[in-house]
Design a protein around this ligand. Sequence first.
Ligand SMILES: Cc1ncc(C[n+]2csc(CCOP(=O)(O)OP(=O)(O)O)c2C)c(N)n1
Ligand code: SF4
Ligand SMILES: [Mg+2]
Length: 293
Amino acid sequence: MQLDVTDREYVYSGHAGCPGCGAAIAMRFVLKALGDRMVMVLPACCWSIIAGAYPQSALKVPVLHSAFETGGAVASGVRAALDMKGDFETTVVTWAGDGGTFDIGFQALSGAVERNENFIYVCYDNEAYMNTGIQRSSSTPYGAWTTTTPGRDWKKMRKKNIVEALAAHRIPYAATASIAYPEDLLGKARKAKAMKGSRFLHIFSSCPTGWRIPSEMSVKIARMAVQTNIFPLYEVEDGVRYTINFTPKGYLVKEYFRLQGRFQHLSDADLEQIQEMVQEDWELLLRKARISY
Ligand SMILES: Cc1ncc(C[n+]2csc(CCOP(=O)(O)OP(=O)(O)O)c2C)c(N)n1
Ligand code: SF4
Ligand SMILES: [Mg+2]
């Protein structure tokens, strides 16, 4: 199948991402969907390094590097400045990691979307603080090794459901997407661009370095996360209208876990427990999608 997407590239080759970096793939697709009439706010994360420090940049869009916790606040300010200049056409995009979104930037993000600020907030999710050496975040999944959840202290809490948290603000659009499903990802980025108000994209972005997987497995692992229901693809409009975009045939989660170094310590009993947790979450999502508004 041929992708309906421009040949134009907005990410220069030779950027500083690791081979197979899912975050780099995510950026490439999102920029193809959004085009270059934008200001990108980039709080501290791997992408700050991948893009590089001024005057260098791996991105062909204007970038404003910002402090780690400020993605929502800086984007609000950039939007206000553009509006004062009468520029209502330039899209403001925050591009932040899971640490910068789920944890340290959550206050600024929550404040901004509660005001329904007119911007797109993209969280590329590699499930840990990768740029500073693979520390656990509230996006790190149950069962994972990180450098702050080592050995038997592997993470015992569930991954925070960030889309639910954003939907609770009743924003116009919140959606999950994956680097392994580019048609879906491009469609959601275009849909978000056509809307006004606060829009949130949560993109599953494999990290070969932090997940201890070979770089060529990056997209396959991301695909398996969707096919196992570990990372379902869905949208929430106005905080209440759920649409599930893909219904998997149902791979077992152990196949996904066994391929990644970060989960090698888990026993069969742990994996069975995780399978049940994934099933529970999926059934809850199905129930929400059945409610009609
Ligand atoms: C206030 C503050 N605390 C800590 C840091 C150090 N720091 C920079 S990037 C980063 C990790 C970012 O994690 P995430 O947002 O998940 O992005 P990733 O690196 O995984 O792409 C940290 C802890 C900082 N820049 N500012
Ligand atoms: S550490 Fe992970 S997210 Fe960061 S550049 Fe490398 S592969 Fe990408
Ligand atoms: Mg991260």
